[in-house]
Ligand binder design. Sequence first.
Ligand code: KG4
Ligand code: ZN
Length: 356
Amino acid sequence: MIVLGIETSCDETCAAVVRDDRAVLANLVRAQHDDHRPYGGVVPEIAARAHVDCLDGLVAAALAEAGVGFAELDGVAATAGPGLIGGVMVGLMTAKAIAAVHAIPLAAVNHLEGHALTVRLTDDIAFPYLLLLVSGGHCQLLIVEGVGRYVRLGTTIDDAVGEAYDKVARLLGLGYPGGPAVERAAADGDAGRFALPRPLRGRPGCDFSFSGLKTAVRHAFEALPPGPLTDRDVADLCASFQAAVGDVLAERTANAAAVFRERCPQNGPRGGALVVAGGVAANQALRARLAQVAAAEGLRLIAPPPELCTDNAAMIAWAGIERLRLGLVDSLDAAPRARWPLDAHAPPATGAGVKA
Ligand code: KG4
Ligand code: ZN
């Protein structure tokens, strides 16, 4: 089975061709960072228009690189949400047109399911596994029981972790997207210089909070002596922030590992996997921290290569393959969705900062 994948839910236009023996035949990403940089963040309308401009060409380029034509495709998969609705519409409509014209099945994929199943493209891993999903819009702990079967153990009650990275980067003038810049700066920093909070530390459960940490970084920044920021200040602030993020992720993930062991005892004591996915999973320092947690909890840490952590269409094509081979074909009426939780039964998060 060969599937074309399309991803347009944020600020990267992506097209990929993946085969069901886990071969990635093409995986193209056209980032729009230059279009959004003057505004310090993603402007939804600019993103949607940029997707319109380049998606057709990118699909053609992906097929050419894979050496396949539309006639050899067994399906087409596109992100149908959650994400910026204008961009999601562009990708999903394009996929529907391809499905209709070439009479191939459509998979309308949940972007989060793309992140969640990426490890089954890169590694031979069976269900169930524990997943820490950390991206620009999400920070969740889930048990992945199967395709379309997710149990959410916890989520952020305010900001997503990638959002916190992006805001810290903006505060320190490191540009957009912020995660990689903060990680680079933190590498030379002293994580002990600034005492930053670890929100929710010691509380039971698997929810996260990052807005207080972000505010504490701002206060530490404002308390610095007047004058231009030195490279040392930036490095130390980034390192202190990243250490706090690592501690928060580690503690909440350890709590989730206990729940996972209880619910899926067949995976213990050393058989189970902790998977980390989403853009923030590209961060090597956080991966190292999570590897410690996994070892302490008797789990294997599995993280996709960084280029498959950040948004891409190979993960969408793969999720499409997983769905189509179970017979989960979507109709051409499939609706784009701005919001689309992986676990529809999860109770809403509670806390001061919960967004509607
Ligand atoms: O998964 P993704 O590409 O898009 C969403 O679905 O949100 O994640 C993007 C987020 C951004 O907030 C970006 O700053 C963050 O992932 N990110 C990182 C790193 N690379 C990307 N955060 C920390 N360290 C990184 N190396
Ligand atoms: Zn993503």
